[in-house]
Design a protein around this ligand. Structure first.
Ligand code: HEM
Length: 451
């Protein structure tokens, strides 16, 4: 079904192609300037002046409150300080055990599908949801039916967000709150909050889980997983209450699974489309790790070619295609335009990454673009899948580790064959870069002697 919000998404991207390096879209309600040039983007993202998210993010407040993604000012600063240690590399090293265990379960699931054409998104999303729940929240597993309901509600909330965005009169809370859309939103938010409340209750009770030992080992090193950090901070009287903890659980459950799920799905698609590159990735994995060994943290750091493939996938398919900030004061862009205070600053990550001036033959998948000698001359803000500057993605290293682990597990066991052409994939307007239809590939047992 072609809906208005999809049109909005396509239109915004067409304007980006037409009006490089910058364009303005104004209505009586809002003044949005679209940023496409790396110099201008650097100006916005590298400073602490425009750290506040634009008003569009307030549409997420009913669900995410003002957690790390949506908060501003002192609150954002305090939360970022509390949460940063949860992503220290010593914690990530512990998480690797969980990524490896979950990868093994995913591989087992895919085994049954050998020889068939599958839509990779559902099993991969199951994997990422399970991984974030175990690592950041300390849960052992989520019931399949609860997972399904949660995933459906996340999808619905994204659609509601965009439907609200496409109707300017719904920007006014008084009008929106009377609408059927708001009722739909409240029903979805209830599902999502029931889910996050149950996570907190379970962890607060200190329910014995299969990963309790791992959590204790974090504690011994005085480093706690994300939810435990928050619960401890609350206990010790820090400026965070139950609502505050739920905001972060909702934020991290969402950001920590949907973004990585899309990234993994797209890289599987891309590798199925490029047999030569797929073979090179497998060769590297076999050379560095071997056919059977469970990868260690250090092993994964050695996968340089695989990492370039991940980078190139996130260039073409950035899980977060647009971000938006608020101009807290007037400024002049490097391209010479005056931006008044209060303007919405809309940054087109996807169009920046597909700009032929920066990336010749931009739709071609070429991991060598990220060879040090090829990347060193490029503008530092020409590649920003995790945003950049002080408000960049807190989960960036977590995501890369998860992606490498799962690729090792899948590619040593299966070879991926092309079904969908990656260039035929169309996108659905949503909070993350979602395909409009399935992402289909065929999986076969890999014959390692052929590599
Ligand atoms: C491939 C995977 C990922 C991509 C491409 C990605 C991308 C991004 C981007 C572009 C932003 C900036 C959003 C904005 O300004 O509106 C962001 C922020 C954020 N991401 Fe990620 N992300 C990924 C994985 C993760 C993971 C695994 C987690 C958690 C474990 C996470 C947690 C967050 C949080 C909490 C923020 C808000 C940070 C702040 O404002 O201080 N992300 N991410």
């Amino acid at each position: 079904m072609f809906v208005f919000q999809d049109l909005l998404f396509t239109q915004m991207r067409e304007f980006a192609a037409q009006f490089y390096p910058i364009y303005r879209f104004s209505t009586v309600y809002v003044n949005i300037v679209h940023f496409l040039n790396p110099n201008d983007i650097e100006l916005v993202l590298s400073t602490t002046k425009h750290l506040s998210k634009s008003k569009i993010y307030t549409f997420l407040h009913n669900w995410l409150g003002t957690g790390l993604l949506t908060s501003t000012g002192a609150k954002w600063h305090t939360r970022r300080k509390i949460l940063t240690p949860a992503f220290h590399f010593s914690i990530l090293q512990q998480f690797l055990n969980i990524f490896n265990d979950e990868t093994a379960k995913l591989v087992q699931k895919l085994e049954v599908e050998c020889g068939k054409v599958i839509n990779v998104v559902p099993p991969v999303t199951h994997f990422t949801l399970q991984s974030i729940a175990e690592t950041a929240m300390g849960l052992s597993s989520i019931d399949e039916s609860v997972q399904k309901e949660y995933r459906k509600a996340i999808y619905q909330i994204g659609q509601i967000f965009l439907r609200r965005l496409s109707k300017p009169w719904y920007r006014l809370n008084t009008i929106y709150s009377l609408s059927n859309l708001a009722k739909e939103e409240n029903a979805m938010v209830k599902i999502l909050h029931d889910f996050s409340n149950s996570i907190i209750t379970e962890r607060e009770k200190g329910v014995t889980t299969s990963i309790t030992d791992k959590m204790e080992s974090y504690s011994k090193k005085k480093r706690l997983a994300m939810l435990d950090l928050l619960l401890t901070a609350k206990k010790e009287g820090a400026d965070i209450d139950y609502e505050g903890i739920r905001e972060e659980v909702d934020t991290f459950m969402f950001e920590g699974h949907d973004t990585t799920s899309m990234a993994i799905s797209f890289i599987l698609l891309v590798l199925a489309n490029h047999q030569d590159i797929q073979i090179k990735v497998v060769e590297e994995i076999l050379r560095v790790i071997g056919p059977l060994k469970t990868p260690t943290y250090n092993d994964l750091q050695e996968l340089k070619y695989t990492e370039r493939c991940i980078k190139e996938t996130l260039r073409l398919f950035p899980s977060v295609p647009f971000i938006s900030r608020y101009a807290s004061e007037e400024f002049t862009t490097k391209t010479g335009y005056t931006i008044p205070e209060g303007t919405v600053l809309h940054i087109h990550i996807i169009d920046l990454h597909r700009n032929a001036r920066i990336y010749p033959d931009p739709l071609k998948f070429d991991p060598d673009r990220f060879l040090p000698e090829n990347a060193s001359e490029r503008h530092p803000f020409a590649y920003i899948p995790f945003s950049a500057g002080p408000r960049n993605c807190i989960g960036q290293k977590f995501a890369l580790l998860e992606l490498k682990t799962v690729l090792c597990g899948i590619l040593r066991k299966f070879s991926l064959e092309k079904v969908d052409d990656m260039h035929d994939i169309t996108f659905k307007a949503d909070l993350v870069l979602r395909p409009k239809n399935d992402i289909k590939i065929k999986i076969l047992q890999r014959q390692l002697q052929d590599v």
